[in-house]
Design a protein around this ligand. Structure first.
Ligand code: UDP
Ligand code: MG
Length: 332
């Protein structure tokens, strides 16, 4: 492949402290990709790793120039790292996958086949997961909840692992949002999409880089970026509470006026402490919850308004960003 030529396939891989798995990844990728008999490049994004990840990426690039790298100035997070990779990937088709080999590179061939068959997006659907049961339940509930409230159709159990053609890659690359939930944006982009089932392997080496805190943040980004249903919750809850309050009010008035005994007491004995405290706590809770939801949107609006770059590049190996690369990325 001449230097100016675009490869047929780019693979974008975010890496955060993945030194342990990189040798394995290189080997599996080279083997699987060479079998495809096409030109390829792998754009590895070092998301501010503190281990020897970048040294390994440098060695990989020296040994085989098809391995390219973008090093970010610090840890910007998985989704931002993918966006940085997309900004530098030049292939006619672009694949996104994790570094830990949970997404087998061997199925890229079947994905490309589907692209050739006329699809623009082929996303991988996890048939089986190897994570623990609690996490699996949490994932299942989250995807179903998101599907029920999201304004667009986000396919169930599809992660970021996908292959898209140049059109879609450009749409994703130019997306100006700061709170990125890529699997949602991919569905949002439209075009002809199809899923491909695969069995998700366990992480090949090293430990997860997604502590619960980051996972929760991603899930919240997904919900708040693709649904305003939580905002409507306030309206519905408000209605319900007003109706309940009206009913209670009517009851109390008739209780007092008619003077009948309820739970062994008449209204005149005013035994209502528990009820009053209970109601105060309940409404306090409802208000905090609604405030919190407003806050979630507000924080995201704030992040968008600040227009800070989504990532900053420290150095690159073998890549130059596309001329119209997003305003979101900064290169010193
Ligand atoms: N990752 C990243 N930045 C982060 C966290 C994770 O680039 O801040 C990368 C990580 O190197 C891996 C991918 O995102 O390639 C998915 O992370 P991981 O496999 O640890 O997540 P899990 O599969 O456990 O949910
Ligand atoms: Mg993983």
């Amino acid at each position: 492949m001449a230097a100016h030529e675009q490869p047929a396939l780019s693979i974008v891989i975010p890496c955060y402290n993945e030194a342990e798995v990189l040798p394995l990844l290189r080997e599996r990728l080279t083997q699987a990709l060479d079998k495809l008999r096409l030109t390829w490049e792998v754009v590895l994004v070092d998301d501010g790793s503190g281990d020897t990840t970048f040294a390994q990426l440098t060695a990989a690039h020296r040994a085989d120039a098809r391995f390219k790298a973008v090093a970010l100035s610090r840890n910007f997070g998985h989704q931002a790292a993918i966006c940085a990779g997309l900004a530098h990937a030049t292939g006619d088709a672009v694949a996104i996958m994790d570094a830990d080999l949970q997404d087998p590179p061997e199925i890229l061939g079947s994905c490309l086949e589907k692209l050739r068959g006329g699809f623009d997006v082929v996303y991988a659907v996890r048939r089986k997961r190897k994570e623990n049961i609690l996490l699996r339940c949490a994932y299942a509930i989250f995807y179903r909840l998101l599907k029920s409230i999201a304004e667009i159709e986000i396919p169930l159990d599809s992660g970021d692992f996908c292959v898209v053609n140049r059109n879609v890659a450009d749409v994703l690359r130019r997306m100006p949002e700061r709170n990125v939930f890529l699997r949602g944006l991919r569905a949002w982009s439209g075009f002809r999409q199809t899923g491909l089932e695969y069995e998700r392997a366990a992480r090949a080496a090293g430990e997860t880089k997604y502590p619960f805190r980051k996972l929760l943040r991603l899930a919240l980004d997904g919900v708040f970026a693709f649904s305003t249903a939580p905002l409507r919750l306030a309206t519905y809850l408000g209605f319900t509470v007003v109706l309940a309050a009206l009913g209670t009010g009517l009851f109390i008035v008739s209780w007092r006026l008619a003077g009948f005994s309820f739970m062994g007491h008449t209204a005149h004995e005013l035994p209502g402490w528990t009820a009053v405290v209970g109601a105060a706590l309940f409404f306090g809770g409802v208000q905090l919850l609604i405030l919190g939801i407003l806050g979630e949107y507000l924080a995201r609006i704030y992040a968008e308004v600040k227009q800070r770059p989504r990532w900053v590049v420290r150095e690159t190996l073998g890549v130059t960003p596309a001329p119209d690369a997003p305003s979101a990325g900064l290169k010193p």
